[in-house]
Design a protein around this ligand. Structure first.
Ligand code: C2E
Ligand code: CA
Ligand code: CA
Length: 844
């Protein structure tokens, strides 16, 4: 008589109430059927997703995974361009979001797939769940600590030489149903090539086909006697999914992956239980004759065993039971297992447990029980219903091991609850664990990580006015939203109450983290209907960075907390970075764009003019237009602060247009009033210069006013002579045809190539301030300036010196034949009206 089938046993591991829907994070990676393979691979690589779902309209028609990369024909050149619809598997296998983690784990094993689409009751897709997700979310740390890596190691090692072709390796992996191969390099070192590497290869559309260049090395390894727990931590902290295993003699034994650990967790343990049960069962079967044999099995077991009758009355216990609980056999017999109850579990918990035993014949999970001396301890409990040959329920058998007994585990066990029961998020303890791993990882790899402290605004009011049940539902909804805002690899945990904390590792920039914070705030403000009411919650987020703000775990969390309070102070529903500098930076990046738009609309921008003089006669000839921003909130903002940002966002096009409009306005006004003739130089940013409508805009502005040819000069940078040379040359010719002069600004700081200058229709050269600054009667610097002036003249260009501040500089420039002088020695930029008053004479 077989008590359990494999699947039943796997299903019986439903130890907790966590559902798949609760562990999936982030959105679904989607694409259309026509997307070419390389693009699919590129998206999977950047999003670090191991699968992608192919949608035709609303319908998920197929899935493509890293595993499928192994089946590709790498010898075919067209393969990278093939539409994904030709390669995907369909239909997509789906699981219901309400399914327990264990049920899904069991399906993974029995169906041999590695991804399921997770759908809700109405078949709306919620996300994708992978085997890795399951392993990461199993709350069975203690079990992993008990098992060594060698218990899940498969026999035989896949090793290939670095010179092998990718096709051969893919075939080898497929043939052995393995997702990784060790690569032996000529120098004897080992590396590893995984499915993910193959996807990256496809994404990059590489041509090199030998695996040596694709594999990663060195291989991260552990010894075969290291615990699965440690192996898993190493996988997580190194952000890899495979780890090499060495034997005692330093010989490679194989590779262990996440899925092996999953397999180990579900199978090794289950098989062991099954064996114990089967043995005992066999013994029971031999009943009368061999009853003492059954007793032997039970007696010698290290696990506590309780056998009850069909009504739950204890019929026998083994010596381990007494050792573990402190109750003697006499005390136990005739009692029910309720004698061990710790009072820590709800009635509902036991009701559900019994319901499952009745329905499926078994239950497994962690429970807290109480010893005779009153001490509460955690145990791993398996209960099986035992039927006679006629299918009649006769007994229940319970096997349990005291988890707190495991010495190496003692400390951790005290906090067996790693997960917050309400939201099923990791709790503070597990978060701290992960954070400390992440910190050492960041330290080793010199990367950044960020901690986000998220606190709901006015949650207490909701809780008090609508009741705790509504409060609880709200926290669950908030959890779902937070999970939506972060990536697969990041951790969100509940610190207690309405406080959540998020760990973002491998942070690329401050901006990227700020984006996450903004997304959280945005997602939170969507209203939610709870208890018949529409609620809007907002939250405040505080952010701290490793290593910038702190290097220690507690300080990092503390600083995020401090920043969060600052966010609350500054009006809630906002985020704050711990470091004030970073705040300014991020404010600039995010708020400045808005502020700039407003500045232009509300007339905060103006154009000032800095006079430019003839070097010999020291009379004014022209002026340079320089933009000025007088912000009511920020005061005078220097262009060096906002021009680069405006360039980043493209807003420079608008600003440039504005400057030109103002300049043309002044010029045509002066012309109309017959003041002395003057020309004005306008700075043109490369972004603006290359923008589609640049020429059109300039034409439009010129058409509306009366400017004489040669009165307008555009200052361009050297980079425009180098990049897109052909295209830019055409634009320059067009401008020249319109009568506009061209100058090269900041000459000497960029490419400074004579050849470039010669090819372009340039009129003027402006020697950069830096060269002028260095002139101090020193022969060498004077010689440099002399050379630049000579160069300009040999190309028939006018030479302008900018940034002239002192008389001695002016003398050197005059001596070397410089044509024009601009600088504080004469004037800084001034309002056009002021320039008119000082330098222009009105005829009227
Ligand atoms: P730039 O084109 O090199 O402009 C000359 C800068 O040198 C101006 O700084 C000017 O005030 C400063 N300057 C002039 N004489 C002296 C001097 O004797 N000593 C020193 N130390 N500095 C002097 P400003 O106004 O802060 O502008 C900075 C930069 O912002 C400009 O550098 C230009 O690249 C950009 N910019 C200003 N207005 C505009 C604009 O309307 N459009 C674009 N695209 N860029 C602009
Ligand atoms: Ca300039
Ligand atoms: Ca300049």
């Amino acid at each position: 008589m077989e008590i359990f089938t494999d699947d039943e046993l796997n299903a019986s591991l439903a130890s907790s109430e966590i559902t798949v829907a609760q562990i999936i994070q982030g959105g679904i990676l989607k694409c259309s059927p026509a997307t070419p393979l390389y693009e699919v691979a590129a998206r999977m690589s950047t999003e670090r997703c191991s699968s992608i779902i192919i949608y035709e309209g609303e319908e998920a028609i197929g899935i493509w995974t890293e595993r499928d990369a192994l089946a590709l024909d790498f010898s075919s050149e067209d393969i990278l361009n093939s539409p994904i619809s030709e390669l995907m598997s369909s239909p997509v296998k789906a699981v219901n979001g309400n399914a327990s983690l264990q049920a899904v784990a069991s399906r993974f094993l029995s169906e041999g797939v590695r991804h399921y689409l997770v759908i809700d009751e109405k078949s709306v897709p919620l996300g994708v769940v992978s085997q890795t997700d399951i392993v990461l979310n199993q709350g069975v740390e203690h079990y992993l600590r008990m098992r060594n890596v060698d218990s899940v190691l498969k026999e035989g090692v896949l090793i290939a030489d670095e010179g092998e072709s990718l096709g051969a390796i893919a075939a080898m992996m497929r043939g052995h149903n393995s997702d990784a191969v060790l690569i032996r390099y000529a120098d004897g070192e080992l590396g590893i090539l995984t499915e993910r590497d193959i996807v990256r290869y496809i994404a990059e559309r590489r041509t090199a086909n030998s695996v040596g260049t694709l594999a990663s090395r060195p291989l991260i390894t552990v010894d075969s006697d290291c615990s699965l727990y440690r192996a898993r931590s190493m996988l997580v902290s190194n952000k890899v999914r495979h780890i090499g295993v060495y034997g005692a003699e330093g010989d490679v034994l194989g590779v262990v992956s996440f899925s092996d650990i999953l397999f180990g967790m579900e199978h090794v343990y289950v098989q062991e239980l099954r064996q114990a049960l089967a043995e005992r069962d066999k013994a029971l079967q031999l009943s009368q004759k061999n009853l003492h044999l059954a007793e032997k099995v039970i007696e010698s077991s290290l696990e506590g065993i309780v056998i009850t009758d069909a009504d739950g009355i204890i019929e026998s216990v083994n010596p381990a039971f007494t050792r573990l609980t402190g109750f003697s056999e006499e005390e136990a017999l005739g009692n029910t297992p309720a004698m061990l109850s710790s009072g820590r579990h709800s009635k509902a918990f036991y009701a559900e447990m019994w319901q499952q035993i009745k329905k499926e014949g078994h239950w497994q999970g962690e429970v807290w029980n109480r010893r005779k001396n009153g001490e509460v301890y955690p145990e791993l409990l398996t209960i099986a219903a035992i039927y006679d040959e006629g299918g009649e329920l006769t007994h229940y058998a319970a096997l349990f091991s005291d988890i707190s007994e495991l010495k190496e585990n003692e400390e951790r066990i005290r906090s067996l609850a790693y997960y917050d029961p309400l939201t099923n998020l990791p709790n503070r303890r597990l978060f701290n664990d992960r954070l400390s791993v992440a910190i050492s990882h960041a330290h080793r790899n010199q990367t950044k990580l960020a901690v986000l402290f998220v606190d709901l605004d006015r949650f207490k009011r909701i809780n008090d006015s609508l009741g705790h049940a509504v409060g609880d539902q709200l926290l669950q909804e908030v959890t779902a939203r937070l999970q939506k805002a972060i990536r697969e690899d990041d951790t969100v945990a509940r610190m207690g109450g309405d406080e959540f904390i998020i760990l973002l590792s491998d942070v690329e920039s401050v901006d990227a983290v700020v984006q996450v914070a903004r997304r959280i705030i945005e997602l939170m403000t969507e209203s939610v209907v709870l208890g018949g009411r529409k609620l809007v919650v907002t939250c405040s987020v505080g952010i701290s960075f490793y290593p910038d703000d702190a290097t220690e775990l507690s300080e990092l969390v503390q600083n995020a907390d401090t920043a969060m309070y600052r966010a609350k102070d500054s009006g809630r529903n906002s985020y704050q970075l711990y470091s004030p500098n970073m705040n300014v930076q991020s404010l600039e990046h995010l708020a400045l764009e808005v502020a700039l738009h407003k500045a232009l609309e509300q007339g905060e921008l103006s154009v000032h003019l800095q006079p430019i003089f003839c070097a010999r006669e020291e009379t004014i000839l022209s002026a340079e237009a320089l933009i000025r921003w007088n912000s009511p909130e920020l005061g005078w903002v220097p262009p060096s602060d906002f021009i680069p940002l405006a360039e980043e966002t493209g807003f420079i096009v608008e600003i440039g247009k504005f400057t030109l409009q103002r300049v043309c306005h002044y010029l045509s006004d002066w012309n109309a009033r017959g003041t002395g003739e003057i020309s004005v130089a306008v700075n043109v940013s490369a972004i603006q210069f290359r923008s589609e409508k640049f020429i059109e805009d300039v034409k439009e502005i010129l058409d509306c006013c009366h400017i004489l040819p040669g009165q307008l000069c555009f200052e361009l940078t050297e980079s425009m002579l180098v990049e897109d040379a052909v295209e830019n040359l055409r634009t320059m010719d067009t401008l020249r045809d319109m009568g506009i002069r061209l100058a090269v600004d900041d000459f000497g700081t960029g490419y400074s190539s004579l050849n470039y200058l010669r090819r372009f229709p340039i009129d003027k050269l402006k020697i950069d301030r830096a060269f002028i600054r260095d002139i101090d009667n020193n022969d060498q610097d004077a010689a440099l300036v002399e050379a630049v002036i000579g160069l300009g003249h040999s190309l028939r260009l006018q030479v302008v010196a900018e940034g002239v501040e002192r008389e001695d500089q002016l003398r050197v420039l005059q001596h070397n034949g410089c044509d024009l002088i601009q600088g504080f020695y004469y004037n800084s930029a001034m309002e056009p009206e002021e320039l008119e008053r000082q330098y222009l004479t009105t005829n009227a």
